[in-house]
Design a protein around this ligand. Sequence first.
Ligand code: UD1
Ligand code: MG
Length: 441
Amino acid sequence: MASAAYIVLAAGMGTRMKSSLPKVLHKIAGRSLLAHVLTSVEQVDPAEVVVVVGPDMDAVAEEALNCIETAKIAVQTERLGTADAARVALPQIEGFEGPVLVLFGDTPLITPDTLAAMRDRVSAGADLAVLGFEAADPKGYGRLLRDGEGNLTAIREEKDASDEERKVTLCNSGVMSFAASALTSLIGRIDNKNSQNEFYLTDAVELASADGLKVGVATCPEDEVMGINDRVQLAEAEAITQTRLRHAAMLGGATLVAPESTFLSADTRLGSDVVVEPHVVFGPGAVVEDGAHILSFSHIEGSIVRENALIGPYARLRPGADIGQGSKVGNFVEVKKAVVEAGAKVNHLTYIGDARVGEKANVGAGTITCNYDGTSKHHTDIGAGAFIGSNSALIAPVSIGDGAYVGSGSVISKDVKPGSLAVSRAKQVEKENWASGKLKK
Ligand code: UD1
Ligand code: MG
């Protein structure tokens, strides 16, 4: 089948979100609504992608280009409706003759399979195909109106619908697939004579049907096409996405002990025989290799946890943490931009930032890499097999040699040679029988 052009409408501010952030930049599963849509689009091998943004939406354009480098950006100067937004995109695909799909940036759960099916309807001869769904609660959606034979004759926006039309539960998802020539000719004839004085793309259906063009309807489950207009819907879409991601992780061979309490990002990768105990959050960019075990209340983002490592409970892995094979990062330990090499142990109440912890090193409770001097960040290097006594502060830049030993409670500001003992705490003083005369009886 011929590949298609995709026009993604994302110029609306999304007033119902009550936000200073453009609607399509709100996130579900750690990824913007727009990025979800574009990720699906990318998977169906698009010939062209045009994203329509508002005049004040550089951040949306930037997000689009981050997802698809070759995407074209069209700017809709005034938000005059979905037909006007689609029209603004047309010059960017001038001369393109295959199917053109128009979809919304606020409908993030759309799957590549559904996009391909919509594309194929036009490749197979339809002039226009609309993706509909049976809505449990159709409020707010455009209704698909059909004649006695079941042919689609019009889409009626809720605000323009009669009481009778509002009873229809088959709704418009917003995804429409056009033959390029049909889109160009229909769009110029759409007017704004409706309750919102907007140019509705949905009016293309009535015009096409009156012209005797081939108009078809495809349907999909509601949870694939829910539109996000407010934060309640945002949370609903998050819940649907989490369920999808949890299922995929479990079917991929990870045990989620209490899946409803595991929060994943769209790009989280869990290997086989990974075990995730209850209440773990994966932010964007987390990779957990085979056999690793993540204990409760850990928070992991931008990190790699290598085979058979043990994390948590209550561990925080921040971006750039690389936790080696079979190593342990225990409770109340924070690791940022640091490599913990294979078999190393950082078990309790510790901050490791901008550092390397060498193979099989042991970092005692309460150790802090003092990486920031108020101006810049500096590196701490802990050699293989080194032992850092509890409650030590390692003032970066500093290096602890292989197999060196740092006495508990030390503040280390100078490099320690391999195999040395370094102790910097004050010597213990003891005055015999000193206390007995001082303490109240
Ligand atoms: C729209 C559909 C409705 C459908 C519903 C599905 C129309 C007229 N209505 O309604 O039939 O059931 O989606 O979720 O198409 N946009 C622009 N420029 C504009 C206006 C909108 O780019 O001038 C973009 C928005 O950013 C958004 C999308 O188009 O991504 C849809 O706009 P929205 O205002 O959310 O339309 P709905 O009222 O949800
Ligand atoms: Mg909407």
